[in-house]
Design a protein around this ligand. Sequence first.
Ligand SMILES: Nc1ncnc2c1ncn2[C@@H]1O[C@H](COP(=O)(O)OP(=O)(O)OP(=O)(O)O)[C@@H](O)[C@H]1O
Length: 474
Amino acid sequence: MADGDPSLTSAWRSVLSTLQSDERVTPQLYGFLSLVEPKGIMAGTFYLEVPNEFTRGMIEQRCRVPLLGAIGRLDDSFAVSTFAIVVNPDITHDAPQVEPERLESSYLDAPAAATQTTAPVTEITAAPRNVDSRLNPKYSFDNFVIGQSNRFAHAAAVAVAEAPAKAYNPLFIYGDSGLGKTHLLHAIGHYAMSLYPGIRVRYVSSEEFTNDFINSIANNRGSSFQARYRNIDILLIDDIQFLQRAVETQEAFFHTFNTLHDHNKQVVITSDLPPKHLTGFEDRMLTRFEWGLITDVQAPDLETRIAILRKKAQSERILVPDDILEFMATKVSSNIRELEGTLIRVTAFASLNKTPVDMNLVQTVLKDLITLDDDNVVAPADIITATADYFKLSVDDLYGSSRSQAIATARQIAMYLCREMTNLSLPKIGQLFGNRDHTTVMYANKKISELMKERRSIYNQVTELTARIKQTHR
Ligand SMILES: Nc1ncnc2c1ncn2[C@@H]1O[C@H](COP(=O)(O)OP(=O)(O)OP(=O)(O)O)[C@@H](O)[C@H]1O
């Protein structure tokens, strides 16, 4: 679709009208959205232009989720699921309704909660707010359930958000997959941003860091890489184990870490193992990981698992009796992601059949979801092949960029299953599917969870496909 295309303009108008009635979009934020020029739709991405970095930052940081939601509501014929924002200073528009200066100065006001700590707030450098924090709004401290297994990690995370670079630096959180490390990282970011409006936070997975680094070398843009990772107040880096043996990327991370630490900026790192068990890292790097505080997250006990399920059910406004929650929590014991997957399936089934969630239903659904043990890990390639076979498509269709509805839905189902059945991170799954952004995977996950509740055909497809994949792994 080209610039000036009337259907493009009408698509963007419809997005704006959805956003206008979204209570998460304040009039000030709407002011920034009204600066957007829609440029085109390609390969499922809505390309938008804005006049400056500040506007891009505001939209990316504060409107990402409502915007993805509004785009998702567009007519299927647009075949669009995500967006990308490009800065074009040549666009001329009226000024946004909030002047950047006002936001800047509010950043320097010590917030109430922060004054309880020893953090001298003004030490955090005020600077243009154009950092895309890439935080997932789903993961906050409010919806993190505290239990014996994560109490210490949670307290350390809160302390770091309240007093960046003062409490523990770096904070190193380790533990098995699916136990809440990523959730804590994002929660630190959100909480720090609410305490110190305008603070520059960047969440990045090690894979994204590696890609950024490689691209910066390939494109001779080392200085923009440095600017991106060094002009920030809090760096949240997920799954550092993926930098094992990546000598040059490690070197880049080493310098980033030193610069941030020397300038009193906070670094938070997660990993599947504690520093002393990580192999493939230089000693000087491991020593630095141990400078601050190391804490682990463990598998949650039964009570915590029940509490997590209860919280999740409440947030989705689903009524699930306590004995059912307890039953589900007993069946799925180690991985919280799997626990959530179980709840999604159960509530989708109940919603489709318009029946309450009772023990019979849970037992029926759980029959299809017998968990695989650790030696029986599903390879993402198997999921993709099985999905392609099931929908009578080719594997290349799923990797590729076709926007046909049938292929796009099959691709989203494959992404959903990769998220549910493997330990792969969102960026890694995005990479697998033709280098897509991790937000596309997040969106696919959400969309399929919702569609399962609304369309029996989708529920059946996901269930049958899961059973087939598990069958081949028994
Ligand atoms: N204590 C908790 N309270 C509520 N939800 C939780 C908790 N711990 C984990 N979760 C949820 O479980 C899911 C998996 O957690 P998360 O992605 O943070 O795990 P992880 O340890 O980072 O795993 P990986 O190493 O595979 O990236 C998320 O949806 C998260 O919100």
